[in-house]
Design a protein around this ligand. Structure first.
Ligand code: FMN
Ligand code: SF4
Length: 354
């Protein structure tokens, strides 16, 4: 049997294989923040098709950290019921699902004409909107909002949570010196830059118990001093191990241009180096497109394989690969970021709607 299809255990979470659907926002959420019937159907198809672990689309922990109109919310108890329906459907279809919780920092939508908030007044990549620097009491409030969101996730039945600390959103902005220019207890050293995430994880363990699986997703690289950032990641991995984090998913700040170049397994070398240095399960995401890619990744010591765009194109991709399809159709063009709004279809390989 292919190694990717072997059963695996992460802390106390038993998974039927090593294949993960990486968090992926879809355009189907209800405008009030609840999970829609269309989303439940989408997750049912994913769950029926041999994915070991599904990571949900990112749900916002406060309206101030919301990134898109159709994004799901987990910022209030009123959202728990609609999430529970999604979770129950995934479980009935034989898979597991964890909730990704996020605050999009400088990338967040403006509320009432106010600028978004961030660790420092550094704009989101490609934007000229200067965010407002968070005060320490505001940071403490955000920590509580993350913890409360995690408690709701457990109440909804999710098998765990993932903190979104990647892609230049709030927690990743704290982590990365390109975006974090603070000189207080949340800036400067890596101890301080990871502190907000650490405090959230500690709060989650306190409220949810040590056996509830907590995952995080981080960038494996930076547009700044990447050698120093490597050492930062070693610190983060060691700290996560100490805190009892189930696994770290490694993405990167530049997965879209790397994909368009036709590359595969973008972050493998960096992540296998970290995995060798620190014994905490690693999930690699970015450019994994076939069983051949998966073998290369697993042979390098990585524990789990995570895939996003190919499941937009082919939600039943794993079933297809098992049946003999050689690789995903997805070309990593990244048009799925805006295609639905323009053409009413999610992928260039889907039929155009009139
Ligand atoms: C349309 C779209 C939505 C995404 N939404 C999320 C998200 O909610 N949270 C997240 O961490 N990453 C998100 N990502 C990034 C993916 O999880 C993944 O890290 C990235 O696409 C690289 O993996 P891939 O090469 O398998 O697509 C999204 C990507 C796309 C294309
Ligand atoms: S639009 Fe492009 S990147 Fe997105 S799923 Fe389709 S082929 Fe892949």
């Amino acid at each position: 049997m292919n190694k990717a299809l072997e059963e695996v255990k992460l802390t106390n979470l038993s998974l039927k294989n090593r294949i993960v659907r990486s968090a992926t926002v879809d355009p189907f959420g209800n405008l009030d923040g609840t999970v829609s019937e269309e989303q439940v159907k989408l997750y049912e198809i994913l769950a029926e098709n041999n994915i070991g672990l599904i990571i949900s689309a990112m749900s916002y922990i406060t309206p101030a950290g919301k990134v898109g109109r159709e994004q799901n919310a987990i910022c209030d108890d009123e959202f728990i019921d609609s999430h529970r329906k999604l979770v129950d459907t995934v479980h009935l279809a034989g898979s597991k699902v964890i909730l990704q919780i996020s605050h999009c920092g400088s990338g967040s939508m403006s509320l009432d004409g106010m600028p978004p908030v961030a660790p420092s007044p550094v704009p989101y990549p490609g934007s000229d909107v200067v965010p407002r620097e968070l005060t320490v009491p505001e940071i403490e409030l955000i920590i509580e909002q993350f913890i409360e969101a995690a408690v709701r996730a457990k109440k909804a039945g999710y098998d765990g949570i993932q903190l979104h600390c990647a892609h230049q959103y709030l927690l990743s902005e704290f982590l990365d010196p390109v975006y974090n220019k603070r000189d207080d207890e949340y800036g400067s050293s890596i101890m301080n830059r990871f502190k907000i995430s650490e405090q959230i994880i500690r709060g989650c363990v306190r409220e949810l118990g040590v056996s509830y699986p907590i995952f995080i997703k981080v960038n494996s690289n930076t547009a700044g001093n990447d050698d120093e950032y490597y050492n930062d990641l070693i610190y983060v991995a060691k700290k996560c191990k100490e805190l009892g984090v189930a696994a770290i998913e490694y993405s990167g700040y530049n997965f879209t241009p790397l994909g368009r170049k036709g590359l595969h397994n973008y972050y493998l070398d960096r992540v296998s180096d970290i995995r060798r240095e620190v014994d905490i399960p690693a999930i690699l995401v970015g450019g994994i497109r076939s069983f051949k890619d998966m073998d290369t990744v697993l042979d390098s010591g990585i524990d789990m394989l995570s895939i996003s765009r190919p499941f937009i194109c082919e939600p039943d991709l794993v079933t297809r690969l098992i049946s003999g399809q050689e690789e995903a159709k997805c070309t990593s063009c990244s048009k799925c970021f805006y295609l639905y709004r323009k053409e009413g279809r999610r992928c260039i390989f889907h039929e155009k709607l009139d």
